[in-house]
Write a protein that binds this ligand. Sequence first.
Ligand SMILES: NC(=O)c1ccc[n+]([C@@H]2O[C@H](COP(=O)([O-])OP(=O)(O)OC[C@H]3O[C@@H](n4cnc5c(N)ncnc54)[C@H](OP(=O)(O)O)[C@@H]3O)[C@@H](O)[C@H]2O)c1
Length: 273
Amino acid sequence: MPLQTEASTIRSASSGWTMNPRIQDWHGKRIWVIGASSGIGAEVARQFLAQGARVALSARNHEALLNIAAAHKHALVLPLDVTRHAEVSAAAKTVLQEWQGMDLVLLVAGTYNEMRADNFDLSVANLQMDVNVRGAFNCLDAVLPVLLAQKNGGIGIVASVAGYSGLPKAMVYGATKAALINLAESLYIDLHPRGNAVYLINPGFVATPATAANAFVMPALISAERAAQEIIAGIERGCFHIHFPKRFTNWLRMARLLPYRLYFWLIHKVTGL
Ligand SMILES: NC(=O)c1ccc[n+]([C@@H]2O[C@H](COP(=O)([O-])OP(=O)(O)OC[C@H]3O[C@@H](n4cnc5c(N)ncnc54)[C@H](OP(=O)(O)O)[C@@H]3O)[C@@H](O)[C@H]2O)c1
């Protein structure tokens, strides 16, 4: 029976019924964090380095990457702009030359701006699309052939709860994150049977340089350290959908199931917007 065959393939490719293989030890693992110069990505990189992983750090801010890598002999610093395909490809080649493979690629790079219909800004909107979406495509182009050839190793995409459903002030940013959520789901369908792990990472509000300028009270705000711990713990457990903090993200996950009339009423009631 094809269905039974598929189910048993899924069971054996993962550990038990987890959606991705569990990971118990990061020592020596080859991890490429793209968007590692500040905030969530920098913390994830620091925590992986502290656990003995080999970590390649990428983003535009070379100096910030050097500071994070300092004193870690297993760190590789590969500055790049995700909107520049050639830079991403060249960095991927360097990772392969140095390590002959990749165990995990984390796409964290992103840009965020508040926007509403009455202050729509085409250049800001295009920048968010270029970094958040086209940047992810550039990274996929560089790493997918590697992961597929290896038949192991995984890719994690940091989207956002803003991608679940429309939210006030998240115009365009939310749309880019919705695109990433859909992308990660499609990637899972294609990569999981081929032996590759895929992680969809949806943080709630995290205190980072990106959110520092928010003029509103951010509900259930957590630190970048806590966000990085949640991401790493979720990957270790073999989760596909890693979302946190649950007291906030579960509320939004329930809200998205409501009929639109009720959903819009609830969001207006809660945010006043
Ligand atoms: N903070 C939150 O509340 C929150 C919630 C949900 C999702 N997220 C997502 O989490 C990710 C990290 O955000 P964060 O809050 O940690 O913000 P952040 O501190 O501003 O970090 C953004 C990272 O992306 C990199 N980046 C931006 N543009 C880039 C480009 N063109 N090329 C290469 N790297 C680039 C930045 O490095 P350089 O500037 O050095 O290039 C930096 O390392 C983003 O995708 C964001 O959308 C954040």
